[in-house]
Ligand binder design. Structure first.
Ligand SMILES: Nc1ncnc2c1ncn2[C@@H]1O[C@H](COP(=O)(O)OP(=O)(O)O)[C@@H](O)[C@H]1O
Ligand SMILES: [Mg+2]
Length: 432
């Protein structure tokens, strides 16, 4: 979920004409951090306030929503771009992400799409359950209180398993706890007096997910991956994966014993949680680069399975985006960089845990600072046309050079073009 929900004064609501004719790009930012300002200043862009004529706005989620609200009366012109899609929550809110992925799978299934093929899986309890073969990338999840009965049914299939409760509207590990008994959930619900309350606001609802209790461990410690994904359009889908993700480690060894169930230093990989752990190392910040992780895996498990894992992570990202594409307000002024949280289990299967619409940009280490600076620089080079002036009319097909350290995950427009070309070539017998 969002980190930067802090409100600043929303932009003044007036239609403006940015001063790109004078050759100067103006920017506005709600986040007064050097990772943003130094980056934009270096491009020769000029900082202005939200009420001024801006071309590029690095906004907080709430201010972006205000700007797009009907009441604001604000209309962006062609030379304005902003770093969020107004209803990003379809992807970044834990309950909506699950709802959209479930809907997407059902639709594919209804259409007889082979992507939605299913198979029977035997659980450790001996129970046989039916799972999607290609689209089983989120842990089984229910929204509470709405899906309580379905949850209980699933719980009873393997009553010895552990579940993780997460508030839909919070982030950074806040309000999360593990349960291994239905009675614990019932007790919590009585104490919190929320779960069964009929008029719960979205902020008070929870998701309950099957806890991935067999995570891949390195040095005996649990970790998850943080990957950055830039989306410049949802229809057609255009998405890019940043090459410099990282692993975030727990500070203490992984331990599944019941006595450690409440020890969040064992179970949650959030840096915001781990930095308060006694063994937190401020030099590496509990982080390992994805490149080193890849080398480690190749060395310990082999190249082929490592390749497969990385391909599966890309697959998972693309399908999570396809799942929300139909419901996203695909405004051409918008782009967004998502922080994907992925857990890998000890069978090297990746699981999508959540998607953040405003991943933390503050740095905990020197390497972190370099990475985040590069990320912002690279985002701008992908979203801004070759002449360097923000333009919502641009076809959003960046050059190889502009892509920098982003890899194309998917570009449906280019795929369509290639398809047309290859069909044309077949018809006219032109060798490819
Ligand atoms: N289903 C799960 N199985 C195992 N660990 C999980 C699961 N869901 C979340 N976690 C752990 O909890 C952390 C926080 O969960 P997340 O969904 O990312 O919420 P938040 O918004 O608080 O970051 C994750 O980074 C991961 O370490
Ligand atoms: Mg998270």
């Amino acid at each position: 979920m969002a980190l930067d929900t802090k409100k600043t004064s929303p932009p003044h609501c007036k239609g403006t004409t940015p001063n790109t004719e004078k050759g100067k790009v103006t920017y506005c930012t709600d986040l007064e951090k050097s990772v943003i300002t130094t980056n934009f200043d270096r491009r020769g862009w000029i900082q202005v306030g939200p009420d001024d004529e801006w071309n590029f706005y690095w906004s907080f989620i709430q201010n972006c929503r205000t700007l797009f609200s009907i009441e604001s009366g604000y209309r962006m012109n062609d030379n304005q771009m902003i770093n969020h899609f107004p209803n990003h929550y379809e992807l970044s809110r834990k309950d909506l992400l699950v709802k959209n992925i479930k809907r997407y799978r059902k639709e594919l299934e209804r259409d007889g799409n082979p992507l939605a093929e299913k198979t029977d899986v035997i659980l450790p309890s001996g129970q046989v359950v039916t799972r999607y073969i290609h689209l089983d990338f989120i842990p089984v999840t229910y929204v509470l209180p709405a899906d309580y009965n379905m949850f209980v049914e699933e719980y009873r299939k393997s009553p010895q398993s552990t579940w993780i409760m997460k508030p839909c509207g919070k982030s950074q590990g806040a309000g999360i706890f593990l349960i291994n008994k239905l009675s614990k959930l019932k007790k919590w619900s009585r104490d919190a007096k929320t779960v069964f309350h009929p008029q719960l606001s979205s902020k008070e609802c929870y998701v309950i997910s099957r806890y991935i209790d067999n995570p891949l461990l390195i040095g005996g410690k649990k970790f998850d991956l943080r990957l950055y994904v830039l989306v410049t359009s949802f229809r057609p889908l255009k998405a890019y994966l940043f090459q410099h993700g990282f692993c975030r480690f727990c500070t203490v060894k992984y331990d599944t014993s019941v006595t450690e169930l409440d020890n969040m230093y064992v179970h949650l990989t959030n840096v915001s949680v781990q930095k308060y752990g006694g063994d937190y190392n401020s030099l590496h910040g509990g982080k390992m680069s994805i490149q080193n992780f890849r080398l480690y895996l190749e060395g310990t498990r082999g190249r082929a399975v490592t390749e497969k894992l990385f391909a599966e992570m890309q697959w998972l990202i693309v399908h999570s985006l396809k799942a929300v594409a139909p419901v996203m307000a695909n405004d051409r002024h918008c782009f967004e960089c998502y922080g994907y949280d992925i857990i890998i289990d000890n069978n090297l299967k990746p699981w999508l845990v959540e998607v953040n619409a405003s991943p933390a940009l503050q740095s905990t280490t020197h390497n972190d600072r370099i990475l985040k600076y590069k990320l912002i620089d690279n985002i701008v080079s992908v979203v801004v046309p070759p002449d360097g002036i923000p333009d919502a009319r641009w076809n959003k097909i960046p050059s190889e050079e502009a892509l920098g350290d982003f890899d194309v995950l998917i570009d449906e427009e280019l795929m369509e073009r290639e398809d047309i070309n290859s069909r044309y070539n077949k018809i006219h017998r032109v060798k490819p």
